[in-house]
Design a protein around this ligand. Structure first.
Ligand SMILES: [Ca+2]
Ligand SMILES: [Ca+2]
Length: 169
């Protein structure tokens, strides 16, 4: 009998502990809490497939992102252009000089921005943004504190995981 009562108590305690404490919190989330993870896909972990898909939607038929498309895309659902992306920065990666951004140019911009953000916020140097690192990065990006990015100088592209020998011909 005692054992059984204990079992019932444990069951009740388990039910309380396992009830999702956050289930009712989204509707009443405090305003100061940044709800969105700004880093996901675009920064850390960088997801080239997801970013490519988003880029293609943003760039339209000609697969080239121009300034107007860049500005329009920011307001769309699942945009390629995030709150911290600046045309003034991405256009520096316009290697073929046509005034528009194609996917290889966009990807290089993403990778450089990732490098810069990790250099600032990846405190333990493990190549990932976790916990407080991620929180700090998100808060900065949300506030528009974006590191300056430049395309790598010719021949100094060894750090890019997707570097291709396309600049040598
Ligand atoms: Ca271009
Ligand atoms: Ca880290």
């Amino acid at each position: 009998m005692i054992a059984r009562n204990t079992f019932v108590v444990l069951l009740a305690a388990g039910a309380v502990l396992s009830s999702p404490a956050r289930a009712d919190s989204p509707a009443t989330a405090p305003a100061e809490q940044p709800a969105q993870d700004r880093c996901a896909s675009a920064v850390d972990p960088f997801d080239p497939v997801e970013e490519f898909i988003r880029f293609r939607v943003a760039a339209g038929e000609d697969r080239e992102l121009d300034e107007q498309q860049f500005r329009d895309n920011r307001e769309k659902a699942n945009p390629f252009v995030r709150v911290f992306d600046l045309w003034e920065q991405i256009i520096r990666f316009d290697h073929n000089g046509d005034g528009k951004i194609n996917w290889p140019e966009a990807e290089q911009y993403r990778l450089r921005l990732r490098e810069k953000i990790l250099a600032t916020y990846d405190a333990d140097g493990d190549g990932r943004l976790k916990g407080d690192e991620r929180k700090a990065a998100n808060q900065a990006l949300e506030a528009g504190e974006v590191p300056e990015v430049q395309p790598p100088a010719d021949g100094a592209d060894a750090s890019s995981p997707t570097s291709r020998p396309d600049r040598t011909h």
